[in-house]
Design a protein. Structure first.
Length: 260
């Protein structure tokens, strides 16, 4: 089965740069992102309203690239995790992770027995419709899946050390807007409480050999995050990247037209 190059790069101490997709559910968006150099793409189900049918199309049209397709599911539910994996997703991000018990549910739902309780279906999308030894397939799937726990509430920060200690969770990702909301300081990323929370999450990652992740709004923010120790970085999302590029061009042309 396919190797998860992002997971292996992170496990070997490297950094991986990718992006989010929220809006453009087209057959080309994955290939466009891959051609731009993104190493992973996170298709969003939490805030986009996309169903598993949309995700199935996005994954099918992305798997032809070297980029690793991932999905943020909307909640900690077995059917969200297992169905996403069956259509070919290679990484799962779960929002609002607040306890070790919840993290264990995520880890078990994403892995075949004896490590977990993922239901068996072979010769389907996730193994590219081919035959083969099912034990080998299960072992490969268990090893290659990347599991990301979003720490984005005060409770998640309070329990972050226990969450980080759960086997099978690979990445602790900070949901920065939700975290500031939960801390009662909406959008105040320089506030001491937010900075303390970030420090606690980074410390839990160091103590338990987990990868810290974050979405960077721009290149400057991304550089700062890497310097802080974050090693899985999403460079923005399709909505904002398109809007920023379009605004920049339109404003430049408008200014030139006024001066001509």
């Amino acid at each position: 089965m396919r190797s998860n190059t992002v997971k292996h790069r992170l496990q070997s101490g490297g950094t991986s740069i990718g992006t989010f997709v929220f809006e453009f559910n087209t057959t080309g968006i994955g290939r466009i992102a891959a051609e731009a150099g993104a190493e992973f793409v996170m298709f969003d189900m939490e805030h986009s309203g996309w169903s598993i049918e949309t995700i199935r199309m996005l994954i099918a049209t992305t798997r032809s690239t070297a980029m690793i397709p991932m999905v943020r599911i909307p909640a900690t539910e077995y059917h969200f995790i297992a169905r996403a994996l069956d259509v070919g997703v290679m990484g799962i991000m779960v929002p609002m992770v607040e306890s070790a018990a919840q993290a264990k549910v995520i880890a078990a739902s994403a892995r075949y027995p004896l490590l977990g309780r993922r239901g068996a279906a072979f010769g389907v999308a996730h193994d590219d419709y081919i035959g083969g030894d099912i034990v080998e397939k299960m072992n490969s799937a268990n090893n290659e899946v990347l599991l990301i726990a979003l720490i984005e509430t005060a409770a998640g920060v309070q329990n972050v050390a226990q969450i980080a200690a759960v086997d099978g969770i690979d990445v602790l990702w900070i949901g920065h807007y939700d975290l500031t909301n939960s801390l009662g300081i909406p959008g105040q990323f320089d506030h001491p409480r937010f900075r303390e929370a970030v420090a606690a999450i980074l410390d839990a990652c160091r103590q338990h050999n987990k990868i810290p992740g974050f979405m960077a709004a721009d290149v400057s923010a991304g550089k700062s995050l890497i310097e802080q120790g974050f090693r899985m970085i999403a460079y923005g999302g399709d909505i904002w990247l398109y809007q920023a590029a379009l605004r920049s061009g339109v404003e430049a042309l408008r200014a030139h037209a006024k001066g001509a």
